[in-house]
Design a protein around this ligand. Structure first.
Ligand code: GLY
Length: 423
């Protein structure tokens, strides 16, 4: 079969790599792809929001299945566009992708269906949000309603910061139209866990757990980023917690979306906070996580095509997900200065080493090729992932592998997976 993957980051590299393991697949296209994805797929120069060109391409090439990576095209209805042309596609329709695209929608959904999460209020006007702050307890969390590259969340320690945050989101529009509305919610403390779940509209199958590191600097300091590294599984996500989440969060979310006429098919990313009062939902995303995917898929033993097909056909109850009894750690190699300003176009050396080593992967997040030379082309450049028999050996392997990759302004955190030393 022929498969088209939409996107061009580390997440899509991991998805393409996993699809390439399937014996059912003869040809993979990726739009737009990147320099690493080229190893497995023919990269096509079409942007992720160019729905007419993408559907024309899929029809012309006889693509059997399209898999959508990023949030923006999902929220804008790429799945609806493919389905309207009778094309098979993996991902939620726009109505279901609202679970990520509108924080107000997802918080109201959780409140209505009693899914555990922090208390919240939604505001359309900055003045009303400011008024509400007068009665608030601090710290408090401010969220731009719409999609903001994972950066539209502000944790404010006092009134002054919160007032500045409301201005940033709703008046200065730092996150663009994502800040036309905002949600203010109670601050929760605990350990964060990401659980990606396959969904077929009725059934939901959680994958193995992972933990992201969102801040730019060691010790969780500095600015929020798209994610600086991950490990899987999370040792803090115990069997008892998993059972609680299945009963009180995952299946209720599926049922709620169906009851609202927005049945969810695709990958639902549940961001959890393990609080003293039990697991609570921090956020939902309507897609694979990045860089969570880079530690979850290398541990998955199923043919991912079977799972995609079951999600589309509504037969996920016939699939048993299998994950290896091992661990994975991903360390993101970024360009110095990320997530603010950074230089691109630096030549990269050392990538061939990964081809000679089993259990080591260098997923490209922001790279391009010029005359046979790989150049950096983004803030997050690579996700260096390694497997190990347990989390400690996976971490040791991943950090060893970061040394193989060389470019001038290479930057990384040195404490990815440090939390595992606490157990
Ligand atoms: N790693 C967080 C996300 O994918 O949104």
């Amino acid at each position: 079969m022929k498969v088209l993957v939409i996107g061009g980051g580390g997440r899509e590299h991991a998805i393409v790599w996993k699809i390439a393991q399937s014996e059912k697949v003869d040809k993979i296209y990726c739009a737009p792809g990147n320099a690493g994805i080229e190893e497995y797929a023919e990269c096509v120069d079409i942007g992720v929001m160019e729905f007419d060109r993408l559907t024309d391409f899929a029809e012309r090439k006889g693509v059997d299945l399209t898999v959508v990576g990023p949030d923006d095209p999902l929220a804008a209805g790429i799945v609806d566009a493919f389905e309207a042309k009778g094309l098979r596609v993996f991902g939620p329709r726009a109505a279901a992708a609202q679970i990520e695209a509108s924080k107000a929608f997802s918080k109201d959904l959780m409140e209505k269906y009693h899914i555990p999460t922090a208390a919240h209020k939604t505001f359309d006007k900055a003045a009303d949000a400011m008024e509400y702050l007068k009665t608030a307890r601090f710290p408090i969390v401010l969220k731009a309603d719409g999609l903001a590259l994972g950066k539209g969340v502000l944790i404010c320690k006092d009134m002054q910061e919160a007032q500045a945050g409301v201005r940033t989101i709703m008046e200065d529009k730092k996150f663009g139209s994502a800040g036309n509305r905002m949600v203010i919610e109670t601050f929760m403390t605990g350990r964060e866990v990401s659980v990606l779940c396959f969904c077929d509209g009725t059934h939901i199958l959680p994958m193995t757990s992972a933990q992201d590191h969102k801040r730019a600097g060691d010790g969780d300091t500095g600015l929020n980023t798209g994610g600086m590294g991950t490990f899987s599984p999370s040792p803090f996500y115990t069997d008892a917690i998993a059972r609680f989440c299945e009963e009180h969060i995952y299946q209720p979310t599926m049922d709620a979306m169906k009851a609202e006429g927005r049945a969810f098919k695709g990958v639902l990313f549940v961001g959890l906070m393990l609080t003293e009062d039990g697991p609570m939902v921090l956020e939902y995303n309507a897609r694979f996580g990045d860089p969570e995917t880079q530690v979850v898929l290398p541990r998955m033993e199923n043919d991912i095509i079977d799972v995609f097909e079951a999600c589309i056909d509504g037969t996920l109850d016939q699939i048993r997900l299998k994950f290896a009894d091992n661990a994975a750690v991903c360390v993101v190699l970024a360009s110095e200065g990320y997530p603010e300003s950074y230089e691109k176009g630096r030549p990269v050396q050392g990538l061939d080493t990964f081809k000679r080593k089993d259990g080591f992967y260098c997923f490209h997040a922001g790279s391009r090729k010029e005359g046979g030379q790989i150049l950096t082309n983004g803030g997050r450049v690579f996700g260096v992932t390694a497997l190990g028999k347990d989390l400690r050996s996976a971490r040791e392997n991943a950090y060893k592998a970061t040394e193989w990759v060389r470019f001038d302004n290479k930057y990384m955190r040195h404490d990815i997976g440090k939390a595992i030393d606490e157990i």
